[in-house]
Structure formats: structure tokens, C-alpha cells
Design a binder for this molecule. Structure first.
Ligand code: FMN
Ligand code: ADP
Length: 308
């Protein structure tokens, strides 16, 4: 798969079949659309292309602080690369881009820059300045500018019964198995290991504190989880806590992983954590002895999880 950071970097001589959207999570429903796109392109001797915008339009237009995505743009790229898609265009969404009229967007951008011969798109897609145009407008443009529109019907979408919103809600409720099933892969987080409060080793559970670079990455509900950590190309078993560590008087949110049967310096290294199972809420214990006891219990349950 080739990746372009703006539409003008993609210079398609062969016409394209394209789809447009955020595709956050690249879940089972998204995968079906991409499969349809790739097959359609093959059958019509076209190239398959997915157009997505970054930053997310809501981040640009509403400076939305509450927008959290299942995938960072890097994660999305790497999952899409495994789908058979030929071209991924990540076009910068700016205020001036958002002011293109529906006709300018179709004529100058989708046709002019992306050489679209066919657009495969959901029944509820909206586009153009203030998102005023809909799929019936797109069909009118299709007649005028000689391209095809293939509509993904409401029924097709509802049949899959999966949406990025449902997955986000599941993650925010700690329903990890449900989210992972919808994603057809494990929800993951990754980042550099940074210094924490320096208390973990003293408790008998050193924890690698993970710094997330992207502020828009969705963080699952606070609590304790069973995880698989990828450290320097090797999978390790672990348990993770997300929260403020109230027992030791913590106030800011941290994401920290204790890796089982492991004793190495991880500061400055990158680790990727696949979240597997929610264990319990983060609690404010009556002192560190009670916390240590709870962590020992978490360890036992985590070991049991991996053994079963
Ligand atoms: C499996 C696990 C469970 C944890 N559960 C709690 C908890 O319920 N309440 C709490 O205040 N902190 C909890 N913690 C966080 C500890 O307070 C924290 O790891 C410790 O203070 C070390 O922090 P540091 O890495 O910043 O030094 C948990 C940590 C782990 C790894
Ligand atoms: N089993 C382990 N799991 C996680 N980190 C470990 C482990 N063994 C050693 N470490 C190292 O110890 C550090 C965590 O120690 P800790 O006392 O919790 O301090 P901090 O507050 O800086 O996280 C990790 O960042 C890592 O470098």
C-alpha cells in the first residue's frame, strides 16, 4: 500500500475506485467496505484508493477536545496496509479545504486530483461546505461528470451492527472482549516509557509508565487490565493500571504496565500494549499494604488468564 500525505502527491494516471471516511478502528464493517472497494477496482481495471482526512474534521472545525479515536493515524496506516488496499491518501483537513463547495470538491478534488471513476460510499455520507450535500447530490454530479456511485445501503451497514462509536463506548466501559471482537484485532496503545513517581519497585511491582504522544487517542476506562506487551519485538505478559493512583496520593492520570517475569530497564523504549481483559476498578486502598495485596491478587488472576 502506498501512502500520500496530500492528494496532490497521488498522481493517478489509471482511474480510481475510491471510498472516503475516517475508518477509525478499521473494524469488521470497514473491512467489508474495503474488500468491496478492492474487488471493484480489480474488476474495472482501476486502482483502489481510500481517502481520509487528518486532522479529523471535527478537530479542525470544532477544536473538539472530546474527540477520541480508537486508532492514531500511524496505527490506522499499519492496519490498512494489511487489507489489500493499494493507495491511502491522508489529506490535510484545513478550514480552507472545508470551504470548498460540494461541486468544487467533486470536480476539482475527487475527479481532478484523485481521478475517481467510481465512489463507494455509505448512504448517509455528507460533503462540501457545511456538509450540505448528500448522496443524492453525489449521484447528480456522477451523471454530470461521468463517474459511478455505489451506495452502501442502510441495511448493509446495520446488518454488520458495528460502528466505531459502539467500539469506543465498549472501551470506555471496560468491555474489552466486545471491542476486540468488533475490531477483529486487539485494541492497543503504544508509547515511550517515561519516569513515574518511582514507587513501583518499592511495592514489588515495577511499572513502566507509558506516555501517549497523541492527545486524541482513546484511553479505556480507569482500572486494572490483563495485557500483552510488545517490547523490542517480543511479546510479554503483563498487567496494566490506568488511573490516578489514589492510594499513594496521585492526581494525574497514568498508564502503567507491570511485565510479568521481567526485570529490565525500559526507560526511553517504546512499548506497545494489547489490551485483553478488564479485571477491576482502580481503588483507593487504605495504605500500601492493602494495595500490594490487591496487586498480588491481580497477578494471580493474570497468570490464570494466560494459563487458561
Ligand atoms: C496491576 C496494578 C494494579 C493497580 N491498582 C491500583 C489501585 O487499585 N489503586 C491505586 O491507587 N493504584 C493502583 N496501582 C498503581 C500503583 O499505585 C502504582 O503502580 C505505584 O504507585 C507505582 O507508581 P509509579 O510507577 O508512578 O512509581 C496499580 C498498579 C498495577 C500495576
Ligand atoms: N517487570 C517490569 N515491568 C515494568 N517495568 C520494569 C520491570 N522491571 C524493571 N522495570 C523498569 O522499572 C521501571 C519502573 O520502576 P518504578 O519503580 O515503577 O518507577 P517509575 O515510577 O519511574 O515507573 C520501568 O520503567 C522499567 O524501566
Amino acid at each position: 500500500m502506498k501512502v500520500y500525505n496530500k492528494a496532490s502527491d497521488f498522481n493517478p494516471e489509471i482511474p480510481t475506485v475510491i471510498t472516503i471516511g475516517t475508518f477509525d478502528g478499521v473494524h469488521i464493517g470497514h473491512r467489508k467496505i474495503i474488500e468491496r472497494l478492492v474487488n471493484s477496482a480489480q474488476q474495472s481495471n482501476c486502482q483502489s484508493a481510500l481517502l481520509t482526512f487528518f486532522p479529523h474534521p471535527r478537530m479542525v472545525l470544532q477544536q473538539s477536545e472530546d474527540l477520541h479515536l480508537i486508532n492514531t493515524i500511524e496505527e490506522r496506516k499499519s492496519i490498512l496496509a494489511s487489507t489489500g488496499l493499494e493507495h491511502l491518501i491522508i489529506h490535510p483537513f484545513t478550514k480552507s479545504f472545508s470551504r470548498l463547495t460540494a461541486q468544487q470538491y467533486v470536480e476539482e478534488f475527487l475527479i481532478g486530483k484523485l481521478n475517481a471513476k467510481k465512489i463507494i460510499i455509505g448512504y448517509d455520507h455528507r460533503f462540501g461546505r457545511n456538509r450540505t450535500a448528500d448522496i443524492s447530490d453525489l449521484k447528480k454530479f456522477a451523471d454530470e461528470f461521468n463517474f459511478e456511485v455505489e451506495e452502501i445501503s442502510k441495511q448493509d451497514i446495520e446488518e454488520v451492527a458495528i460502528s466505531s462509536t459502539k467500539i469506543r463506548t465498549a472501551l470506555q466501559n471496560g468491555e474489552i472482549e466486545k471491542a476486540n471482537q468488533y475490531l477483529a484485532s486487539n485494541f492497543s496503545l503504544s508509547g515511550e516509557v517515561v519516569h513515574g513517581k518511582g514507587l513501583g519497585k518499592g511495592l514489588g511491582y515495577a511499572t513502566a509508565n507509558i506516555h501517549l504522544k497523541e492527545t486524541y487517542k482513546l484511553i479505556p476506562k480507569n482500572g486494572v487490565y490483563v495485557v500483552k506487551a510488545m517490547i523490542e519485538g517480543k511479546h510479554q505478559k503483563g498487567m496494566m493500571n490506568i488511573g490516578t493512583n489514589p492510594t499513594v496520593g496521585g492526581t494525574s492520570k497514568s498508564i502503567e504496565v507491570h511485565v510479568l517475569d521481567f526485570n529490565e530497564d525500559l526507560y526511553g523504549k517504546n512499548i506497545e500494549v494489547e489490551v485483553l481483559h478488564y479485571l477491576r476498578n482502580e481503588e483507593k486502598f487504605d495504605g500500601v499494604e492493602a494495595l500490594k495485596k490487591a496487586m498480588l491478587q491481580d497477578e494471580l488472576v493474570t497468570r490464570r488468564y494466560f494459563n487458561s
